[in-house]
Design a protein around this ligand. Sequence first.
Ligand code: ADP
Ligand code: ZN
Length: 625
Amino acid sequence: MKRGRTRTLRDKFSILEQIFGYKAFRGGQEEIIDAILSGQDALAIMPTGAGKSICYQVPALLLDGITLVVSPLISLMKDQVGSLGQAGVRAAYINSSLTASQVDRVLEELRYGTYRLCYVAPERLLNSRFLETVFKLDIALVAVDEAHCVSQWGQDFRPSYLEISRFIEALPERPVVAAFTATATQQVRRDMEALLELRDPLGVTTGFDRENLYFEVQRPHGRMDAAVRFVEERRGKSGIVYCLTRKDVEQVEERLVKAGIPATRYHAGLSDEERRRNQEAFQADECPVMVATNAFGMGIDKSNVTYVLHVGMPKNLESYYQEAGRAGRDGAPAECVLLYAEKDIALNTFLIQRDSEEQEGMDADLLELLVAQDRARLSSMVGYCKTTTCLRRHILSYFDEPRATDCGNCANCKQTFAEVDITVEAQKILSCVKRMDERFGKVLVSEVLKGKETGKPVEFGLHRLSTYGVLRDLTGKRILELIDALVAMDYLYVTETDIQRGVYPVVKLGPKARAVLFDGATVLMRVSETASAEPKKRGRKKRAEIEEMALANDDLFEKLRGLRTELARAQGVPPYVIFHDATLVEMSEVMPETEADFLEISGVGQRKFERYGAEFLAVIRGHLG
Ligand code: ADP
Ligand code: ZN
């Protein structure tokens, strides 16, 4: 193990400040960096957006020798290398998106010691040309990103991750190994440690909770309409709309564009060229709304996404939390809303099956195990969609981070429930079902209770029953709601019965009906007060207020943003690579006039200051007149 190989001239704080422009480390970062610098392996479990990259990028700049970053995310590599370049750090990547001669060039530069960091795809590690070069290098650190991929218990197992330990073992001298992931249950944690052969690693787990995210599940009737409405109500905001299928993506995007919303789309069926173009348009805020399948988003670090809307349920909570977590990266309040429909379960079950059939050459027992795990994950996801308790607690307990209290920032927490006494209505409904011999469906039951004078109630002679018309004062819709509630509470149940021409759902008395009919038991129904309309408004107001504060200097913010757009265009990079929105907001609030003050802004490092400081300062000075 290589201990104490740090360069003495610089320390982690000055790197954080001067290169990355941040004042302080976030939770977990410093401990991990210290461990790595002292030669200890590390295993870091931090949620998306917590800042894992800094944990290996800072050591990479302090250690003698190069840092290899193993990552499965090709789009992330390009982005990270681009961002590092902006901060004045030499880095490269090697993956299947490069041509053979481009790879050769990177390998050659590696031999010259040009780079501090090199990102590689796991498949590349045992490639002989790569090995030949790498064996001659002084490798100080191997950082394994998305380390859960090594585990068969994880949600995206990658066999090539199993080769990482072999690669490390083959190196002339063992570097420090640090593994990073956003999601890990106990089982996956153990696998990462064992299969990556970490040596006495420092384990760091930072909280999974993202307090600024608001969670909600809705079950609207027309989902497409609801999705379009949702986006229209948030006009001018940047958001991501995830759909389950390519077809849905196309439909939603088309409707949004028709409604005059600058939306774009992303799915695996589009050409590389279109995907790249659309992603760039989204990142540059030319098209602030992205409609996409789950193919979109790996490595996207767009800080001003204010909502993530799911039109359909993803296949597990890992995916959901990762996708939803792309909202609110700037720490400002953001919404994560899922539009659920019962049929999503069938679609996901089908997808799990299909994916398993596409796995070629995998051991049959292993495959069976993977499918069983996927099904279990799906059922936790369904649980999330159906629970009436705190949504955040549901998520956090799934990630083994139980929370003692309700969060107060999800739809279920904001919904206040009232108990309404429906004993009298329940008695009438239950006795009507009994008098109808438990032979009919709920619509006909409701029509008899309502006293409908035409159609089936009369045709079947049900208008002669004593319960005919006993709920005539209620609307048909209300009667159906009451029947549904009685079904949910086990006073009634619905079963299928063969009658003459086919199978029909039939309402029958449930186990709790007797007590109501014969012993006068009270029936209480839990109803949401004001049906969530009001709490939602409150949530939005809060965001608006905060934005108002944040953008107190809207005008200046827009000017700074304009300058950033120009600079980004000129270099062909996404704007946030130059400065994040949060950095521009701070500039517009603080309005630094001197170089020293400008350097104080979070996100302004030495290099970026040298490159952009003068121009941004000029805009600020101009604004102040
Ligand atoms: P992860 O890989 O954990 O999802 P990233 O490494 O992409 O997260 O970091 C998320 C965002 O947080 C990035 O924009 C990054 O620049 C920012 N960030 C990381 N560390 C800090 C810090 N100490 N102070 C301020 N911002 C930070
Ligand atoms: Zn809650």
